[in-house]
Structure formats: C-alpha cells, structure tokens
Write a protein that binds this ligand. Structure first.
Ligand SMILES: *[C@@H]1O[C@H](CO)[C@@H](O)[C@H](O)[C@H]1NC(C)=O
Ligand SMILES: *[C@@H]1O[C@H](CO)[C@@H](O)[C@H](O)[C@H]1NC(C)=O
Ligand SMILES: *[C@@H]1O[C@H](CO)[C@@H](O)[C@H](O)[C@H]1NC(C)=O
Ligand SMILES: *[C@@H]1O[C@H](CO)[C@@H](O)[C@H](O)[C@H]1NC(C)=O
Ligand SMILES: *[C@@H]1O[C@H](CO)[C@@H](O)[C@H](O)[C@H]1NC(C)=O
Ligand SMILES: *[C@@H]1O[C@H](CO)[C@@H](O)[C@H](O)[C@H]1NC(C)=O
Ligand SMILES: *[C@@H]1O[C@H](CO)[C@@H](O)[C@H](O)[C@H]1NC(C)=O
Ligand SMILES: *[C@@H]1O[C@H](CO)[C@@H](O)[C@H](O)[C@H]1NC(C)=O
Ligand SMILES: *[C@@H]1O[C@H](CO)[C@@H](O)[C@H](O)[C@H]1NC(C)=O
Ligand SMILES: *[C@@H]1O[C@H](CO)[C@@H](O)[C@H](O)[C@H]1NC(C)=O
Ligand SMILES: *[C@@H]1O[C@H](CO)[C@@H](O)[C@H](O)[C@H]1NC(C)=O
Length: 571
C-alpha cells in the first residue's frame, strides 16, 4: 500500500466557518462561467436534436433556447438504491447525452449537456462521483471501461463484491487486511469506523487506480483522490460538467421525529447535509452553515486539516446503511465476529465512538446551538442520504440561489419488487410541509399516496409535476422519470434488481442500460403505439416552461398538448 492520503495540519482562517444559507462564491462563479461559456452552445445543439425529430415547436421554445439571457436552469437529481440506482441513473443520463448518437437520433440527446447541477445520493452518488472523477466519459466507457485505452478509468468491475471480493480464503484475508491498512495514515489523525473501510472497498469500483488485473494488488486504489481537487480536471476547469452535489443524512442521537414510511430510522426533521466541489454543509434553516470541503476534518480555528475529503469516503458516507444494524458499543461487545470488531481491533476507538456511521469531525461545533441538535457534538455521525425516505436528492435543487427552473428527477428506489412507486417525492413533499424552509423554493405538489402514483401510471411513464402558473411562481417544475414498470413490449424486466446485489455480469448491465434507454426515450403510450413520437418535444417544452412563464407567453402548439398528456394535477 502507498500511504498517499495527504493530511496536513496548519492554521485555519476563521472565515471558513461562516454561517450561510446562500451558495458559496466559488459555486456562484462556476455557475456563472458555465452559463456564459458552455450553456449557449449546449442549448443550440439540444434544440437542433429535438427539431431533427421533425416536430414543429412553438417559436417561444426556439427563442428561449437561442437567447443567452433567457436560458432556463436545469438540474438533474438521481436516486439511491444500490447498483440498481447507479445503473438506472446512468441509463437515463446516457439517453440525455448528446455524445450518444442513438440518444441524438431519438431527440433526447443533448439535454445532459445543458444541465447546471447534477445531484446524487447513495447508489446515485457512486454514479456521479465516478463520472466526475473520470473526467466525464460517456456512460458506456464509465460502466465498462475503455478497452482500447488501458490507462483510462477501468469501469465498475462488477465481478467482485464489496467486502467479500474473493472465494479464495487467503486472497480474501489479504484483501480485508489491505482495506484496513489503507486507512493507516488517516487513523493517525481521525477516528476510523466501518464507514472508512466501506469507502476503501467502493473506491475499487468507482475511482481511478484499480483495474481487473490489479483488483487484489497492494496499491493505493484511489486513496489520494480528493473531491475538492477534482475541480482541476480538464472538463471541470472548462465548466463542461454540471456541478456535482451529493447528499448525506445525519444520524443524530438527539433528534426524534416521525420517520417517513419506508425510511430507515432517520426522522424527516433531522438536518440533511450536502457537499459539492467547494463546500460541505446544510441548507436546512436549523443549521444554515457550510465549511470549505478542502478543510473538512477541521473542527476549530486552531486545527486545519486537509485530505479528509477523499472521494469515495464521502460517497461511502452517502451510502452508509450500516447504522441500520444498530451497532452500538453494547451490541458490538456481543458480536465478536462482526466486521466492526475487526475495525476496532486494528484502530481501537473510544468507547463512545459509533463504529457503524461515517464519522466527520463536526465543523459546526458551537454553531446554532438553539436549533442545531448536534451543535455540541465533536463528531457528526453520518449515514445514507436516503435514510429519511427522500431517496432522490431533490432538496439541493430547491436552494433558492441555484435558481433551478426544472428538475429532472430520476427515481430508482425500491418501493416494491425493485420498482419505484413514488414514495421518494412524497417524502420530500412531506418534509417541506412539516418543516418550513425559508431558504428553499417550494417543491411541486405530488400525490400523497403511492396508490395514486400507481393508479394514474405516474411511475410507468414520465410525469410533470408543478405545471400550474401558481407553482411556477414559487419553485421548479419536476420532470419525474421512474424505474416503475416492466418493459411495455412484454420482455422480462432487468432493472428491478435488489438493492444489495453487488455482482453483475456485463450482459446484465448492458441489458439494464438498454431497457433504461427505452424508459427515458419512449414517453407515454399513445393510442396503440408503445411510444410517443412527440416525447422529445414534450421534454423540451418542460425544460423551457418556467422561462416561458417569466416572459408571460402562453403555452401553445405541441407544448400545450404535451402538458395535457404529461402533467399531473392540472396544467
Ligand atoms: C502492502 O504494502 C505495504 C507497504 O507499502 C505493507 O506494509 C503491507 O504489509 C502490504 N500488505 C499486504 C497485505 O501485503
Ligand atoms: C481518471 O482517469 C481518466 C481517464 O480515464 C482521466 O481523464 C482523469 O483525469 C483521471 N482522474 C483522476 C482524478 O486522476
Ligand atoms: C489463493 O490466493 C493466494 C493469494 O493470492 C494465491 O497464492 C493462491 O494461489 C490462490 N489459490 C487458488 C486455489 O487460486
Ligand atoms: C475481470 O475478471 C473477471 C474474472 O476475475 C472476468 O470474469 C471479467 O470478464 C473481467 N472483466 C474485464 C472487464 O476484463
Ligand atoms: C481544536 O480541535 C482539536 C481536534 O479536535 C483539539 O485537539 C484542540 O484542542 C481544539 N482546540 C481548541 C482551541 O478548541
Ligand atoms: C434498530 O433500532 C431501531 C430504532 O430503535 C429499530 O426500529 C430497529 O428495529 C433496530 N434494528 C435492528 C436491526 O435491530
Ligand atoms: C473499541 O475498542 C476500545 C478499546 O479496545 C473499547 O474501549 C471500545 O468500547 C470499543 N468500541 C466499541 C464501539 O465497542
Ligand atoms: C422484478 O419484477 C418482476 C415482475 O415484473 C418480478 O417477478 C420480480 O420478482 C421482480 N424482482 C425483484 C428483485 O423484486
Ligand atoms: C392527500 O391529498 C388530498 C388532496 O390531494 C387530500 O384531500 C388528502 O387529505 C391528503 N391526505 C393526507 C393523508 O394528507
Ligand atoms: C395506465 O396504463 C394502462 C396501460 O398500461 C392503461 O390501460 C390505463 O388506462 C392507464 N391508466 C390511466 C389512468 O391512464
Ligand atoms: C448509446 O446508448 C445505447 C443504449 O444503451 C448503447 O447501446 C450504445 O452503445 C450507446 N452508444 C455509445 C456510443 O455510447
């Protein structure tokens, strides 16, 4: 193992801990540069692709996409749900990617390039992290690697499971030892838990530094890839990527509240956290504070840590479900064979430290003591970003400063039989209703029962939420694309695998990507046809709809019929 994780202690400017509900100057600059340098061309290309399907769009759609000062702001949120969600999310991004000629021919390709933000959590954060750090390859190259260029990112290597990677007991023992040894440098400065080992295992699948041939080799396996340093990658330096955002939940001992049905122990009133390339923090008004991602690990003005923001440790926190097993000091003492015991034997921790969560030194120690329940904790115990039932990261798109006009919401949660039934947007709606969030835009009204989602086919075809002009004044439109039903042609469904399936064959993955491509490009059933030839136009109508409303223009032509077909709850 190469001890490559750079950890540095020095003096820290006090300004790093400024309380804020607004986005950082660095993010504002990134958004502005992307809008100025990249988005005008991206919208031109996307419009071309839509028009080449032969549809006649109302002139306002063209006008908006051609005018620098009218361009809408598009956000994409992709859900958790293990590899099922990583692959379904990847399949939707592929269908929206202007670099895939099949997507371009369909008329959906090019929308990905117009997005300003891309949020992921849990399995969705694996996809986003992987994509960002590999410098934004096409989805085929991301998932399968690029055989022609052996030095490139080698793909997700799904022949090996996470912790149990080998059937050979000797090799498996060495593998476990290496996972732990890779944490030796970090352990000198920070507490180590199962969350750290999880990050090391995930790194072998989602970051550069591991190939099929070196999977079991004693090398660094992406241990030095820091999320805050990715800004230097060519596509980010040129503002060619949407800004990535990841969501993590706080597993607080101090908070009790209603847990959303289907959520995993974390009540909806627990503050949720996000990180992007620049900051870690929470936009929930009870915290409303951020710290520089580069200095995550620091707790006060005399300690300045760097190197804590290792990419897959953070993504591992966003996908940490080990807290569900309730591994407390008491239960751990009985469970001698538990993985936590091995961790604690290697890096003995204080009796009070939770070993099942991903542990962050609390950058907000002493912040907002009246409202932030964990203000007095030295460690924030973090867990899966979807644990509160909000399995798709919508909230980052509601931050007012981001000015998001339309959210493409990708939902591959397992509500039943590996399919989504709408529980995730329901959870966000409930959270926003119960805990008013002054710094956030309004989430569109969605049904409050999965029965309604099912009865009205809201998960088996794309659905628009928030179409009314009242909704247009207070928040974004939601274009909801769910992994909600088996293929319409009667083929066996491949995309509803279990959340804990960790080994996939190449054929299985390609099959999932191809079925997802159909989900994202077919639209609704129209008459006897399994697909809607106007769907790409309808998607474009949704993309510009808030910009249209700002102009005071009325919906017309194909956009009007599209909204009748795809809107829920009035248009
Ligand atoms: C991995 O390499 C390091 C030296 O870089 C060594 O200390 C360690 O024992 C090796 N681990 C295994 C499992 O061989
Ligand atoms: C990862 O590999 C890709 C090539 O596949 C390269 O373009 C990118 O810069 C690498 N990323 C990092 C963080 O080294
Ligand atoms: C099991 O793994 C060890 C260590 O990598 C290796 O030396 C040995 O040949 C393997 N055994 C088999 C049966 O493949
Ligand atoms: C990786 O190796 C496994 C066997 O260990 C094999 O099944 C798989 O096809 C290989 N994948 C690639 C991309 O070479
Ligand atoms: C700052 O934090 C470090 C690590 O948590 C701790 O050792 C140190 O005593 C703290 N200093 C102050 C002034 O609180
Ligand atoms: C963990 O604790 C929660 C809350 O006390 C409980 O509902 C759940 O069943 C426990 N889970 C396990 C695996 O014991
Ligand atoms: C970890 O080990 C230490 C020292 O051996 C012990 O005091 C502590 O209780 C253990 N932690 C847990 C969570 O069991
Ligand atoms: C996937 O859906 C099919 C029916 O459409 C069902 O038979 C199968 O059990 C589901 N798979 C899982 C893992 O739930
Ligand atoms: C669900 O929403 C409907 C209106 O859309 C409302 O009449 C009903 O009271 C709501 N039910 C619950 C449980 O909130
Ligand atoms: C839902 O879709 C099915 C076909 O899959 C259709 O028979 C039914 O009428 C649709 N229901 C609604 C409310 O659109
Ligand atoms: C485009 O997407 C389709 C559907 O998944 C896939 O079969 C094809 O290989 C992709 N093409 C490229 C160039 O990535």
């Amino acid at each position: 193992m190469k001890a490559s994780s750079a950890l540095l202690l020095a003096n820290l400017p006090a300004a790093l801990f400024a309380a804020a509900a607004s986005i950082s100057a660095a993010e504002a600059n990134y958004n502005a540069q992307r809008r100025e340098k990249v988005l005008p061309g991206a919208f031109e290309t996307y419009l071309d692709n839509v028009q080449r399907t032969g549809v006649v769009l109302p002139t306002y759609v063209e006008d908006i996409m051609h005018s620098r000062d009218k361009l809408p702001t598009v956000g994409i949120s992709t859900s958790g749900g293990g590899y099922r969600a990583s692959v379904f999310g990847a399949g939707v991004l592929n269908a929206l990617d202007g670099r895939n000629s099949s997507s371009v021919r369909k008329g959906t390709g090019g929308l990905l390039q117009t997005a300003s933000h891309l949020a992921g959590l849990s399995g969705g954060s694996w996809l986003v992290t992987s994509l960002v750090q590999a410098n934004y390859p096409t989805i085929q190259k991301l998932v399968f690697g690029d055989a022609g260029h052996p030095l490139d990112f080698a793909g997700w290597l799904l022949d090996y499971s996470w912790f149990d990677a080998s059937d050979n007991a000797t090799q498996q023992a060495e593998y476990t030892e290496e996972l732990l040894q890779e944490l030796a440098v970090k352990a000198k400065h920070f507490p180590i838990s199962v969350g750290d080992v999880w990050g090391r295992a995930l790194a072998r699948h989602f970051t550069n530094g591991t190939t099929n041939a070196t999977f079991f080799a004693n090398t660094s396996h992406g241990n030095s890839i820091l999320f805050s340093e990715l800004i230097n990658l060519p596509t980010l330096a040129a503002y060619e990527q949407p800004l990535p955002i990841m969501v993590i939940d706080l597993d607080s001992q101090h908070i009790e509240g209603p847990v959303f049905p289907g959520g995993n122990f974390i009540p909806l009133n627990a503050p949720m956290f996000e990180y992007n390339l620049f900051e870690f923090g929470s936009y929930d008004h009870v915290v409303a504070a951020h710290t520089s991602l580069k200095h995550l690990g620091s707790t006060n003005s005399t300690l300045c840590a760097t190197g804590f923001d290792e990419a897959m440790f953070l993504s591992g926190a966003s996908s940490n479900l080990f807290n569900e097993a309730n591994i407390t000091a008491a239960t751990l003492a009985e469970a001698t064979s538990d993985f936590s015991t091995i961790v604690n034997q290697t890096y003995p921790q204080s009796p009070n430290l939770r070993l099942d969560t991903s542990n962050f030194p609390n950058p907000f120690f002493g912040v907002a003591p009246a409202t932030f329940a964990d203000s007095g904790e030295t460690i924030l115990a973090m867990c899966d970003g979807g644990s509160d039932g909000q399995v798709t990261p919508y909230q980052p798109m509601l931050v007012k400063d981001r000015n998001i006009d339309v959210i493409i919401g990708i939902d591959a949660a397992n509500d039943a039989n590996g399919f989504a039934e709408g529980a995730s947007p329901m959870a966000t709606q409930e959270r926003m209703q119960l805990y008013f969030q002054p710094g956030l835009a309004t989430f569109p009204v969605v049904p409050n029962s999965t029965d309604v989602f099912l009865a009205q086919n809201l998960t088996s075809k794309p659905t628009f939420f928030g179409c009314t002009s009242t909704a247009a004044k207070t928040g974004p439109l939601l274009v909801y694309i769910a992994n909600g039903a088996p293929p319409r042609d009667g083929a066996a469904p491949l995309t509803n695998t279990t959340t804990d399936q960790s080994i996939y064959t190449t054929d299985e993955l390609q099959g999932m990507l191809d079925q997802t491509f159909v989900v994202a490009t077919q639209g609704a059933e129209v008459g006897d046809s399994l697909e809607d030839p106007e769907w790409p136009a309808c998607l474009a109508c949704a993309v510009v709809d808030r910009a249209r409303n700002r102009e005071g223009t009325r919906r017309s032509g194909v956009c009007q019929t599209c909204f009748e077909r795809y809107c829920w709850g009035g248009y």
